[in-house]
Design a protein around this ligand. Structure first.
Ligand SMILES: Nc1ncnc2c1ncn2[C@@H]1O[C@H](COP(=O)(O)OP(=O)(O)O)[C@@H](O)[C@H]1O
Ligand SMILES: [Mg+2]
Length: 367
């Protein structure tokens, strides 16, 4: 699948922008704060309804404007789809596929898959568990509508439960509501645990091979699902933790406390890895994600590489650039040098400056 074109209106620093993409490698280069990341963000929103950096809708609308539009054309198995996203300051966003408004954001998933790779992702291994959970959730929501449904319900119930835990100290008569919420939390939570387990297992199988190549055969990667509680024990543990939850006024048991572990040659690199190891592993994680999408949907995702090349050393850069030659990629960077140095073929080059994009000729360096 590929993204053919995108037009933006009042999105971040773009008042009006129309862009066409090459089906292979597209480069957006320019100084800092010119709008490079904003382009990738808009593309990502059109596939997932959400900003990769977790921004709220209102933050993506241009300053002093009330609404923004992202319109994209997607080609999937020879068929063109039109996706319109309408961001509104004080209302939920409107989404239409091929001109037909959809009611639930989840209906958009599956039209196009984006894999986003940013410098912050390089820290995914050493940072806290919430970022690793976010990674799992962003991937699974794109891949599995059922997961998205379970997750939104789970988060809703969790919020209600935490609110109730706070209220119960002065409204003890509501204790019965807690029983009802617990049942629902277990119902959705168990599904989440089950789907995450399968996902991590599948990813692990792909990652071990990629990481082996990336580390020149020196490192054996093992990805593990570190669940807070298993499906079978969830109900029981939640009940047993109730006194504690009431004291702490928050829910201490459930998949919202999950993590994934990364073992390299048996060592937990979240805590004991070198920075190089952590970065290499983050790269293999992203590449495995691409493989997983390919395997599950029998099509290639679109890769969004935001300023990440300059963060990698030469051999990792080469590996990555060789890897992506058969998938559509949108790359942002500050200078073009890194590509020329790598003698890498680029199909479209655009210069980004102050919310304007100029297409320069697609240039080819001999390989
Ligand atoms: N809601 C907004 N409205 C207008 N401009 C914005 C908005 N959000 C961010 N910007 C501007 O976008 C620019 C940053 O864009 P970004 O794509 O992150 O830059 P970079 O080229 O460094 O990736 C800044 O100039 C910032 O002021
Ligand atoms: Mg940027």
């Amino acid at each position: 699948m590929i993204i053919k074109s995108m037009s933006l209106q009042n999105f971040r620093n773009y008042e009006n922008l129309s862009l066409e993409f090459d089906e292979n490698t597209n480069i957006f280069y320019g100084d800092n704060a010119q709008g490079k990341t904003n382009i990738l963000e808009a593309a990502y929103v059109s596939g997932t309804t959400k900003s990769h950096r977790g921004s709220k809708d209102r933050e993506m609308i241009a300053f002093e404007k009330e609404e923004a539009h992202i319109r994209t054309l997607i080609e999937k198995q020879g068929i063109i789809h039109k996706i319109d996203i309408h961001l509104r300051k004080n209302k939920t966003k409107g989404i239409a596929i091929d001109g037909i408004p959809i009611k639930k954001a989840g209906e958009l998933f599956g039209i196009i898959y984006f894999v986003f790779f940013s410098p912050e992702d390089l820290g995914i291994i050493k940072n806290g568990p919430s970022e690793r959970r976010r990674f799992i959730d962003m991937e699974l929501c794109q891949l599995d509508k059922v997961y998205f449904h379970h997750l939104s319900n789970y988060n809703k119930i969790l919020l209600q439960r935490n609110r109730l835990l706070k209220d119960l100290s002065y409204r003890p008569e509501d204790q019965g509501v807690l029983d009802v919420l617990d049942l629902q939390l277990v119902k959705y939570g168990s599904q989440i645990i089950r789907i995450r387990r399968d996902f991590v297992e599948e990813l692990d199988g792909l990652m071990v091979r990629i990481h082996e190549k990336l580390s020149g055969g020196r490192e054996e990667m093992k990805l593990g699902y570190e669940y807070n509680v298993s499906e079978e024990d969830f109900q029981d543990q939640l009940f047993r933790g109730r006194e504690r939850d009431l004291r702490q006024k928050t829910t201490g048991t459930g998949p919202h406390r999950d993590d994934i572990s990364f073992l390299v040659n048996g060592i937990d690199i979240r805590k004991f890895g070198s920075q190089g190891q952590q970065r290499t592993s983050a790269l293999s994680l992203k590449l495995s994600e691409i493989e997983l999408v390919k395997k599950r949907v029998h099509d290639t995702p679109v890769l969004l590489l935001d300023d990440v090349l300059s963060e990698l050393d030469g051999s990792r850069q080469n590996y990555l650039l060789n890897y992506i030659h058969d998938i559509q990629t949108l790359i942002t960077c500050t200078g073009l040098d890194e590509f020329i140095n790598n003698r890498f073929s680029v199909d479209r080059v655009c210069r980004v400056s102050g919310g304007k994009v100029t297409v320069e000729n697609g240039q080819e360096a001999d390989k």
